[in-house]
Ligand binder design. Structure first.
Ligand code: TYD
Length: 210
């Protein structure tokens, strides 16, 4: 199956980056035209915007401005990397995508959510599959903070923020059951990887037989 677009989502420290990497390795064994990328970032321009967003500043952006910056970074990423790869028939795996903006920014203001939805078409096309790696917020946050660098200031908002993030991600998954698959993130790493892989296989078999 060609031009499959798969994204991974979840709260900070849920293990989604590890799972995106494992899925990339597994799919690359079958087909070399598989690309792993990440947000915020993925291109030089998007990485510059990432720095604006995640660097510790002595000022803060409004949540609406954050939406515009995340969407600008995403637009560059889609234009220069994701869309061309999909057009060449690659399978693209992206660590975080539009759902992160809908949740991280959208849950903080109605206007931010509306702004994100009004720019939704910039993503070009929706992912075929999105894996939401669901995990208890305290455990995920402990893990995220243990590898803390100068970035990731969303981790600094504490457990209540992560609880709200998790609930908002789960609600989004309920509203979008065809695309978003919730995966139990407390399981062993290999078990999670097998769950993810079997969902991808199921999706491909379904597509081929329909
Ligand atoms: P990321 O580098 O993916 O961190 P992690 O590996 O911990 O998931 O993302 C950095 C932070 O940016 C993370 O806290 C989530 C946040 N973020 C948003 O708030 N909105 C967005 O649209 C995206 C893509 C990320």
């Amino acid at each position: 199956m060609k031009n499959l677009f798969i994204t991974f989502e979840g709260i900070d420290g849920c293990g989604k980056s590890t799972q995106a990497k494992i899925l990339h390795e597994k799919l690359s064994e079958i087909d070399s035209t598989t690309l792993l990328t990440e947000e915020p970032g993925g291109t030089q321009g998007a990485n510059e915007i990432r720095k604006l967003l995640l660097r510790e500043n002595n000022f803060s952006w409004s949540v609406e401005t954050e939406v515009l910056l995340f969407m600008a970074a995403r637009n560059d990423h889609v234009e220069k990397k994701i869309k061309p790869a999909l057009e060449k028939g690659y399978t693209v795996i992206c660590d975080r995508f539009i759902d992160s903006t809908l949740v991280y920014q959208g849950m903080r203001s109605d206007l931010a959510r509306k702004l994100c939805l009004s720019l939704y078409h910039l993503i070009g096309r929706e992912p075929n599959l999105t894996f939401l790696i669901d995990m208890k917020p305290q455990k995920a946050l402990d893990r995220a903070l243990s590898r803390k660098n100068k970035e990731d200031r969303f981790e600094n908002y504490g457990v209540p923020f992560q609880i709200k993030l998790r609930d908002t991600f789960l609600r989004l998954a309920e509203e979008t059951p065809k695309r978003i698959i919730v995966i139990e993130g407390d399981n062993d790493k290999n078990q999670i990887a097998n769950d993810v892989f079997s969902h991808v296989q199921k999706y491909i078999i379904n597509k081929i037989s329909n």
